[in-house]
Design a protein around this ligand. Structure first.
Ligand code: ZN
Ligand code: ZN
Length: 224
């Protein structure tokens, strides 16, 4: 199995290849060429991608979705709680939960107008029970992990690699070290979601912002 990081500036998307290929998240807006170039460099036919899994519907995770859908023809997957956000292109920034989060929230709100997204159609709605990715050729599952947003989902592979969207962050100016998110709709739910991820075997955390790290860091920060 291969894991490729596709960087679109502040956020990271991930391409997972095993018997099939799936893409996790669609980056910040206006970076479709980055995806095209990376796929070309990796010699991957875009049409081999079976699914685009959106961890949650913030502008920096759905930015190139329209272009990626056209490029790949892949099925767009999102949790039922955020289907309407994606289909209407609604912008929403969760409330800050740290002092730095408050500052960032203020700055991002000021950018609000440029952060709304284009409406996108959802092909597969993920329920709270999640979904096995077996039929997409990937040994792992989609898990419902609310907290950062109310419809956040994560992907945990049988190998212990866990793609958690913004359930953790590891990139300046959001955080300076691996940490929990600075914005969250529901902090208690976030903590429960981490317990669930650990029960499901998460070992290496791949956040939506920044590089991978050990799940031990989360256990420490969340006091699990
Ligand atoms: Zn984000
Ligand atoms: Zn987010």
């Amino acid at each position: 199995m291969d894991i490729h990081i596709i960087n679109t500036g502040i956020s990271s998307s991930y391409l997972i290849r095993d018997h099939g290929s799936v893409l996790i998240d669609a980056g910040v807006p206006g970076r479709i060429q980055k995806f095209e170039k990376r796929l070309k460099d990796l010699q991957i036919d875009p049409e081999d991608i079976n699914a685009i899994i959106i961890t949650h519907c913030h502008w920096d995770h759905v930015g190139c979705l329209k272009g990626l859908k056209e490029l790949t023809g892949a099925k767009v997957m999102v949790h039922q709680n955020e289907k309407d956000l994606l289909e209407k292109g609604t912008l929403k920034i969760p409330p800050p939960v740290t002092r730095w989060g408050k500052t960032m929230h203020f700055l991002l709100k000021g950018m609000g107008r440029t952060m709304s997204t284009e409406p996108n159609k959802v092909d597969v709605i993920i329920g709270d029970e999640g979904l096995s990715l077996e039929e997409y050729g990937i040994p792992g599952d989609i898990i419902f992990t609310p907290g950062h947003s109310l419809g956040s989902i994560s992907i945990v592979l049988d190998s212990g690699d866990a793609f958690v969207g913004d359930s953790a962050m590891n990139k300046f100016p959001l955080t300076i070290k691996p940490n929990l998110p600075i914005f969250a709709e529901d902090e208690a739910a976030l903590k429960e979601s981490w317990k669930k991820l650990i029960r499901k075997g998460a070992k290496i955390v791949y956040p939506g912002h920044g590089g991978p790290f050990s799940v031990e860091k989360v256990i420490e920060k969340a006091e699990l």
